[in-house]
Write a protein that binds this ligand. Structure first.
Ligand SMILES: [Zn+2]
Length: 262
């Protein structure tokens, strides 16, 4: 499933290939895919004849600007969505095993006047498209959070530290796999009450967010984590060999090491 790293790859693909091309037609066959009252007619009329001029991202939301007085196009990849520009997809195909080139899965698209296209292909149909999304419902992007900021969100919460890191209104972009990897790298138990973390723990969490995004980004995506590879029954900690624990924390399946994550 796409995490922030895959969403960033999709953003980069749009930036590299889809900007400054006139939108000839808007493909919006699936009313359910359009969110917050958006209709196929409204999105067609808002985008036809315009160009995409910048591709931004906040957490897992892609924000595409369409020029002066134009709307911001918000793309959510959901659980299985992929951005395809001129037939080429972003990201490692390994994590999109279910996402083959099936045109029925093109839930939304732009056909450019030059003959090319941008599609959001989504087998599970859990992605979404909206215009002028409320960007401020999201916290700062995970790539940009600083130690003082991480400290401020953790010290204010009595929720499990994993639930705080996954709360998109506090830090935008960390999903289930990345949070488990971050906390495993930081040596912090995901179920710890956030405000009980010592400052040393908080420093390690903050550093692990940066390291995890950098290292997994370089390796090719969110499925390349050291802990991620061990998410199965009977698995052992890659650091110390202890049997991993599988629990539900913050409503999500969580793997952690009882030996070095405290
Ligand atoms: Zn361990």
């Amino acid at each position: 499933m796409p995490e922030i790293l895959e969403v960033e790859s999709a953003r980069q693909l749009i930036e590299a290939r889809a900007l400054h091309r006139t939108i000839g037609r808007v493909h919006a066959p699936d009313a359910w895919f359009l969110k917050r009252g958006l209709t196929a007619r409204a999105v067609r009329s808002a985008l036809t004849g315009r160009e995409l001029v910048a591709a931004r991202r906040r957490g897992k939301l892609i924000l595409v600007d369409t020029g002066a007085n134009g709307p911001v196009l918000g793309l959510h990849l959901g659980m299985s969505g992929r951005v395809i520009v001129d037939g080429e997809a972003a990201g490692d195909p390994l994590i999109y095993a279910s996402n083959r080139a099936v045109s029925a899965w093109h839930r939304f698209g732009l056909r450019f006047a030059d003959g090319g296209s941008l599609y959001l292909r989504d087998p599970r149909r859990l992605g979404a498209v909206e215009l002028d999304p409320d960007e401020d419902r999201l916290g700062p992007d995970a790539y940009s959070v600083t130690l003082p900021y991480v400290r401020s969100v953790l010290t204010r919460s009595r929720a499990p530290v994993k639930a705080v890191l996954m709360d998109q209104s506090r830090i935008a972009g960390l999903g289930n796999l990345l949070c488990d990897e971050v906390l495993w790298r930081a040596g912090v138990d995901p179920a710890r009450v956030a405000c009980t973390l010592a400052d040393d723990d908080t420093r390690r969490v903050s550093r692990a967010i940066r390291d995890t995004l950098r290292i997994l980004g370089r390796r090719g995506g969110s499925h390349t984590g050291d802990l991620t590879a061990q998410r199965e029954p009977g698995a052992h900690c890659p650091r110390d060999g202890a049997p991993l624990v599988r629990r539900t924390v913050g409503g999500r399946t969580t793997f952690s090491c009882p030996l070095h994550q405290r």
